[in-house]
Design a protein around this ligand. Structure first.
Ligand SMILES: Nc1ncnc2c1ncn2[C@@H]1O[C@H](COP(=O)(O)OP(=O)(O)OP(=O)(O)O)[C@@H](O)[C@H]1O
Length: 313
């Protein structure tokens, strides 16, 4: 495999446990060079744990990670990967420019400091002390620090947490402008809109595994299923195990709620095989659908089903 065709990240069968918490459960991930990938999932899905393993900050209990064909630490020491984490890593008493200069000194070759500050949109506050910077400015400073080694792969863990809408937009404009040069970007986020707006590809994680993987359009398609509600007699409930195309089945009193991408098949089954009545069919909104795909009762989706979702549209 040539260096140019080698994946930026290749992870197989990753597992990580913290005591009783099985945070990452058999996660596979391949990111090609030049992709901008969102790692999307609810709190506790395992995004940060996975990112830490890609960055070599923690070792998997099982499985392997390579970054440009090297170990994560090997890739970092070559300046091939850099990260913008949510917190930490800043000294309060020095200026913005001094912070980036210090960081640049760690690498054999680095981009000019002022160019990097300009790229991150903080050149005009270069002489401000870090402690006087707002949360959003500090995140841009972390971004500048990450750019200084001109890494092929940039990893951002929820970089816009705590920023207002305008700050978030500006931050992403700076990232996108920089990514145009072919940089690979992986970012973790809770926000479906952020993933939709800025990623070429979305990897949906839930309970430590990948539940869907595709373009934003494919994921939205998957997510744009229907909800079927019906009253089902208790004695017929066992039959619901055979429901076709059900992404999830939940009970509330006499009512059952089925999330599905094929509501016709679900309704046909309910009416033909059970004594269901008062059947209602409704479209999911995007937010509900995201919850359906990542919630406790969601069924895993493979990348094949992601593609089927698009073909079906
Ligand atoms: N050092 C640790 N010790 C114990 N449990 C941990 C540790 N780090 C993570 N966990 C647990 O592992 C699970 C996955 O956490 P992780 O931070 O990877 O999720 P996440 O998807 O990044 O969530 P968030 O969006 O809230 O940051 C959670 O249940 C978390 O409580």
């Amino acid at each position: 495999m040539t260096v140019a065709s080698m994946p930026a990240v290749h992870a197989t069968g990753l597992h990580k446990r913290f005591g009783k918490v099985h945070a990452v459960r058999g996660l596979d991930l391949t990111v090609q060079q030049g992709e901008v990938v969102a790692f999307l999932g609810p709190n506790g899905a395992g995004k940060t744990t996975t990112i830490d393993m890609i960055l070599g900050l923690s070792a998997p209990d099982q499985g392997t990670v390579s970054v440009y064909g090297h170990t994560p630490r090997g890739a970092i020491s070559r300046g091939q990967v850099a990260a913008v984490m949510q917190t930490g890593g800043l000294l309060r008493d020095i200026t913005v420019r001094e912070t980036v200069q210090l960081n640049a000194a760690m690498f054999d070759s680095s981009r000019p400091v002022d160019e990097v500050l300009d790229r991150a949109g903080i050149l005009e506050i270069a002489d401000r002390r870090v402690e006087k910077c707002s949360g959003g400015q500090q995140q841009r400073l972390r971004f500048a620090m990450a750019l200084v080694s001109d890494p092929g792969l940039l990893i951002l863990d929820e970089p816009t947490t705590g920023m207002d809408v305008a700050g978030r937009r500006d931050f992403w404009a700076a990232i996108r402008a920089d990514a145009v040069r072919g940089r690979t970007v992986i970012f973790a986020t809770h926000y479906l809109e952020e993933a939709d707006a800025y990623a070429d590809r979305i990897i949906l994680v839930r309970q430590g595994t990948v539940v869907a993987d595709g373009t934003a359009a494919q994921i939205k398609n998957l997510a744009s299923g229907r909800t079927v509600k019906a009253s089902v007699p208790v004695e017929d409930r066992e039959l619901l195990a055979g429901l076709p195309s059900a992404d999830s089945v939940a009970f509330e009193g006499a009512r059952v709620t089925v999330r599905t991408r094929d509501s016709d098949a679900v309704v046909r089954y309910l009416l033909n095989r059970t004594d269901a009545h008062d059947v209602e069919v409704a479209s999911n909104n995007l937010e509900e659908a995201f919850l359906a795909l990542t919630g406790e009762d969601a069924a895993p989706q493979t990348s094949d089903t992601a593609l089927e979702g698009e073909r079906a549209s």
